[in-house]
Write a protein that binds this ligand. Structure first.
Ligand code: FAD
Length: 517
């Protein structure tokens, strides 16, 4: 069922069993999990079914610190959320991503990969890559012509990625959501405030507003914030009527440890021709999967580095390709480009002098950043058109990131050299181990994680191992805001898996409260 909240009588009261705030990758996956149950699901989406400039403007905010994309253009504010222009690259996390690593401050999740693994196949369905798994063996069996580089797997291994069509959640799942009898989708229902009880131990209701000047209240047994890491933190911080520092923020963790994946060119790879690179080829739009060069756990431990993977594409094309961070600085321009997709940024190939008998590639490394409490979302003094303080992002990188990028490429270089496949030349900006500066092309992958990190101790995080906000019985977070560390790979598949896990937990909770257990 679909209701446009602008058409409701002002100050309406909406009630349900669960209330999901935000209909993007996380919110829609969660709602889909409840279709056909006996529970009434209220799905609140700030925007409508199309891109709307007035809605998008609510995302505008300041960005300080390390150069970043404009806040207004990093997420989409309508039904389907940022899947309206995501690229669809998916991979599963590695076991090491969940471990406490003594060289990475604040690493270590209260859960392990084994807790997430059962939910990956269900998550894969939502991004339409459900038939294949992520093991290299599976893909080699499927296509025996694929050949991994003959490297020592303990040092450099071939990690598989799969590419979603990419699924646009707002179109793919729209009919199923609005035809579901028990799912009540409210569009133009922008949540601006959360009201708790007197002891701040339970949420009573949320307030929604729209540009039509109407305001409504929504009550439910459980509330799930699925409005992306930046907006989730902003909403918790702005909901400060009963808790001065914001909801879930008794220990000052909400908004902190904002994490991105560094996505940056790091060197050139010169391979003796003919090198078989079919398994690693980035053939955007045609290939459904490809491998990247990943660093083994033991090597990460030995070098005390972050987890990352490197891909490569022909240097004559890559050398001339401008970095996204450099071309997306103007907000309007950035949005237009992101909606159009980024293929249009390719330029004419450079004429390179490549010695006979070699093929040259550019190494592009995607790497987690370490959790850093100074990288954070806070509230700005300026308010948006609905009266909510705007979000402000301060993004920081450290020498751990820079040294890790260098060592990842060094390890790859040693390995391809050892087996006489070729050589790696690391780019100059990484060579000086004391230089703290970052080049202008330093970018992120539009992956926002960690603003309400998970922890089994309320003093060191915001949510518990089931994504429930510590100390508040019926407030839950769906999405990458829960991530403790970022993993090497893009987050959407894992955030959907985590959301499905939360969904199962909530179903159990509702069943036990019904049976009085
Ligand atoms: C250009 C680009 C390329 C990307 N490519 C990839 C990729 O290849 N692989 C990958 O894994 N990830 C990729 N991502 C990231 C991916 O899009 C996000 O990880 C994913 O969309 C996050 O899902 P979400 O549900 O948390 O947030 P969103 O998808 O942003 O959804 C949040 C929803 O909440 C709504 N909302 C926000 N605030 C409120 C409020 N106060 N009240 C009500 N509703 C609200 C929004 O309108 C939106 O519908 C990419 C992102 C971008 C920008």
């Amino acid at each position: 069922m679909h209701i446009d909240s602008r058409q409701l009588e002002n100050n309406s009261l909406i009630e349900g069993d669960i209330c999901i705030v935000g209909a993007g990758a996380a919110g829609i996956s969660m709602a889909m999990e409840w279709i056909g149950t006996q529970h009434k699901v209220v799905l609140l989406e700030g925007g409508g079914f199309q891109y709307d400039e007035e809605m998008q403007e609510l995302y505008a905010g300041k960005a300080t610190g390390q150069n970043y994309f404009p806040l207004k253009s990093i997420r989409l504010h309508y039904f389907g959320g940022t899947t309206g222009h995501w690229a669809g690259w998916c991979a599963s996390f590695d076991p090491i991503d969940f471990k406490k690593r003594d060289w990475i401050p604040q690493s270590g999740w209260p859960i392990t990969l084994d807790d997430i693994n059962p939910f990956y196949p269900r998550a894969q369905k939502y991004v339409e890559i459900d038939k294949d798994d992520f093991t290299l063996a599976h893909w080699l069996q499927k296509d025996p012509s694929l050949k991994p580089f003959p490297l020592d797997e303990n040092k450099v291994w071939s990690k598989m990625w799969q590419i979603s069509p990419p699924t646009r959640f707002g179109t793919t799942y729209k009919d199923q959501i609005i035809n579901a009898k028990n799912v009540h989708l409210y569009t133009y229902a922008n949540v601006v405030d959360i009201t708790a009880n007197e002891h701040v131990s339970e949420i009573k209701e949320v307030t929604v507003k729209n540009h039509a000047g109407k305001q409504h209240r929504v009550r439910a047994k459980h509330f799930i914030l699925a409005c992306c890491s930046v907006q989730t933190a902003r909403l918790l911080l702005a909901s400060n009527k009963q808790a001065k520092k914001g909801l879930g923020n008794d220990h000052d963790h909400v908004g902190r440890n904002f994490m991105e994946h560094l996505e940056i060119k790091t060197g050139s790879l010169w391979l003796a021709d003919p090198a078989d690179v079919k398994l690693y080829e980035m053939d955007f739009g045609k290939t459904k999967a490809r491998a990247e060069l990943a660093i083994g756990e033991k090597m990460q431990e030995k070098y005390k580095i972050l987890n990352g993977t490197s891909s490569f594409s022909p240097l004559e094309i890559a050398a001339d390709r401008p970095a996204f961070i450099e071309i997306w600085q103007n907000e309007e321009d950035a949005l237009a480009k992101s909606l159009d997709k980024f293929e249009s940024t390719k330029k004419n190939p450079t004429q390179l002098k490549i010695p006979k008998g070699f093929k040259a590639y550019e190494l592009f490394t995607r790497m987690e950043q370490a959790p850093n409490p100074n990288s954070r979302i806070t509230l700005d003094n300026e308010k948006d058109a609905l009266g909510m303080p705007r979000a402000s992002l301060h993004w920081e990188l450290t020498m751990l990131e820079k040294n890790s990028l260098r060592d990842i490429n060094k390890i790859i270089g040693h390995e391809v050299g050892r087996v006489s496949m070729g050589r790696v030349k690391i780019y100059d900006y990484l060579l000086d181990g004391k230089d703290e500066s970052w080049p202008s092309f330093t970018g992120g992958g539009w992956h926002h994680m960690g603003t309400t990190r998970m922890s089994d101790d309320p003093k060191s995080g915001v949510t518990d191992l089931n994504c429930k906000v510590h100390g508040i019985a019926n407030l839950h977070i769906a999405g990458a805001a829960n991530f403790v560390t970022a993993g090497a790979v893009n987050p959407t598949l894992t955030l959907i898996a985590l959301t499905i896990r939360l969904s199962d937990e909530l179903k159990k909770k509702l069943a036990s409260s019904k049976s009085g257990a």
